[in-house]
Design a binder for this molecule. Structure first.
Ligand SMILES: Cc1cc2nc3c(=O)[nH]c(=O)nc-3n(C[C@H](O)[C@H](O)[C@H](O)COP(=O)(O)OP(=O)(O)OC[C@H]3O[C@@H](n4cnc5c(N)ncnc54)[C@H](O)[C@@H]3O)c2cc1C
Length: 496
């Protein structure tokens, strides 16, 4: 093998996945067809669960230092925003950070861990067999062939990996499009005086200003058609009554609501993650965030397999856990988009405006906010395990642990499982049996679940197993339950 894992695509998903694999000692090569990193940013947001997973690896501060936080984010473009500050997290906000900066930080992290990111390398075909995948591509030096145990397509909505693997991408074509423009010159006074306008106006770094708009006259133009400056300016005047003095466009782009979800996240030795697995309208800013969480779910599982201790079936849980999340995101973005699209259609404009007003008022109900904010922030993401304790599959809150300064997030920095022993029953057994795979902590704040005596937390921060006080400690049960996730104890590592 030339390497353990090849990742196609150095977007946010591919870069985080590469870092996760490298953290676990897996050899990984990222192939990126662009010659250099993107300078423009599609996404501008990191939602609470994304900050939490960065925190699980001790790198959240790098991102927080470059962005600024706002207490929530919009849903369907309704006037009232979702309030993340009421959610049970230390990061109850949206971090406003341009995608180009997020990618730079993720690439720095991956390189620190020894990942090779190969720009100018385009994957063009692949062939998989029982032992691995052969990836063929083009690079400045000519054609290349790489052999790896696994290939992950993180290569965006038009994924070459997905197409070459023959994996279906069912869904619906776009019915509407919107436009964005980043401009170096704007009339700041006109912006300040604008008041409420249907145009989203956002200051970016480097003195740029972003305008995002959906214009009834241009909404049926296919997303693939380039935007002209005149078209953008005319749409601004139609919608806001002014062009806001825009000049020197740095980026003009059209994006649509085509919505598709891969039929499978895994096909034997090939995996899909991020936009390669799901595309949708960027309603409530979820695409990049969902891709990061795909990467976090897949990284430790692939690493466990390569490092020779993955329990049977672990790799298949990537599809069974992430497919339902993809369904939820594609469903909620379609619902949101319909609420936007129909206001632009004359015969529906009036009733849909009434529906939007009704939805807006419902956001005042705390339970409604909690439900939608939990979904958009991804804090409510759960990987349910029928028949198990209801806590299994939920995300472990970042509680303080027994040792001073130790929290759940710090316990997982090395990408291992975390085992928290609130009762002193199993720490010695676990520390001895799963050295290097499970990090052990004793004691902690039990107010989140006061009858839990032991808990096993997965490397991605979700709960794998709990024991409650009403079931007595039992070494054999503990061993079996931990082995089901973290492999046979003290098993000699057989690297693939
Ligand atoms: C206008 C707009 C606003 C958005 N705002 C938000 C937001 O606020 N929040 C949010 O969460 N999401 C947002 N999104 C969505 C977000 O931008 C994407 O979900 C995110 O970029 C997906 O990341 P990715 O790494 O999966 O794919 P990509 O970012 O698409 O990266 C894929 C990479 O693969 C490379 N590649 C493609 N083919 C090959 C090949 N054959 N060989 C090698 N490399 C290849 C590409 O060059 C690219 O670098 C927005 C999207 C749009 C259009």
């Amino acid at each position: 093998m030339d390497t353990d894992v090849v990742i196609s695509g150095a977007g946010p998903t591919g870069l985080l996945l590469a870092a996760e694999l490298a953290l676990a000692g897996v050899r990984v090569r990222v192939l990126e067809r662009r010659q250099r990193r993107h300078q423009q940013s599609r996404a501008l947001t990191l939602h609470p669960r994304s900050i939490e997973i960065l925190d699980l690896r001790g790198i959240a501060e790098r991102f927080l230092a470059l962005g600024h936080t706002v207490p929530g984010w919009h849903f369907a473009g309704l006037p009232k925003h979702l309030d993340f500050s009421v959610l049970d997290t230390r990061h109850g906000y949206t971090l406003f950070l341009e995608q180009a900066r997020t990618e730079r930080l993720l690439e720095e992290r991956a390189r620190e861990l020894g990942v090779e990111v190969c720009y100018g390398h385009e994957v063009v075909s692949l062939a998989q067999d029982d032992d691995g995948v052969t990836v063929t591509g083009t690079a400045p030096g000519g054609e290349f062939h790489l052999r790896a145990a696994y290939l992950v397509g993180c290569d965006g909505g038009r994924s070459t990996v997905r197409a070459c693997a023959g994996i279906g991408f069912p869904g619906t074509d776009g019915t509407m499009s919107a436009m964005l423009g980043d401009f170096a010159v704007v009339d700041k006074e006109a912006i300040a005086a604008a008041g409420r306008t249907p145009v989203l106006i956002t200051p970016l770094t480097g003195g740029l200003t972003r305008f995002v708009l959906a214009d009834a006259e241009r909404m049926r133009v296919p997303a693939t058609e380039p935007v002209t400056f005149a078209e953008f300016r005319d749409a601004l005047v139609r919608l806001a009554g002014t062009s806001f003095g825009i000049a020197e466009p740095k980026w003009l782009s059209r994006f649509g609501n085509a919505t598709r979800l891969t039929e499978k996240y895994r096909d034997r030795r090939i995996f899909l993650a991020g936009d390669a697995a799901h595309i949708h309208f960027p309603a409530a800013g979820q695409g990049l965030n969902t891709g990061l969480q795909d990467a976090m779910n897949l990284g430790w599982k692939l690493a466990a397999d390569i490092n020779g201790w993955a329990p049977p079936g672990l790799l298949d849980t990537y599809h069974s856990e992430r497919f339902p999340v993809g369904q939820l995101v594609t469903d909620n973005t379609q619902a949101q988009t319909l609420l936007l699209e129909l206001t632009l259609v004359p015969e529906y404009s009036r009733p849909v405006s009434a529906l939007r007003a009704m939805m807006d008022s419902l956001l005042d109900i705390p339970d409604v906010n909690t439900r939608l904010a939990g979904q958009v922030s991804a804090l409510a993401t759960c990987y349910p395990a029928p028949g198990e304790d209801p806590l299994v599959g939920t995300r472990m809150p970042d509680i303080a642990l027994g040792s001073p300064g130790l929290r759940v997030s710090t316990l997982l920095h090395a990408g291992t499982f975390g085992y928290i022993d609130f009762s002193g029953a199993g720490a010695a057994q676990v520390a001895e049996g799963w050295t290097g795979r499970i990090t052990v902590a004793a004691g902690g704040d039990r107010s989140w679940a006061d009858d839990v005596s032991e808990v096993l937390v997965r490397p991605d921060g979700h709960i794998a197993w709990v024991r409650r006080e009403n079931s007595p400690p039992d070494a054999a049960t503990r061993q079996a339950r931990l082995a089901a996730w973290a492999g046979t104890p003290a098993q000699p590592a057989v690297r693939r």
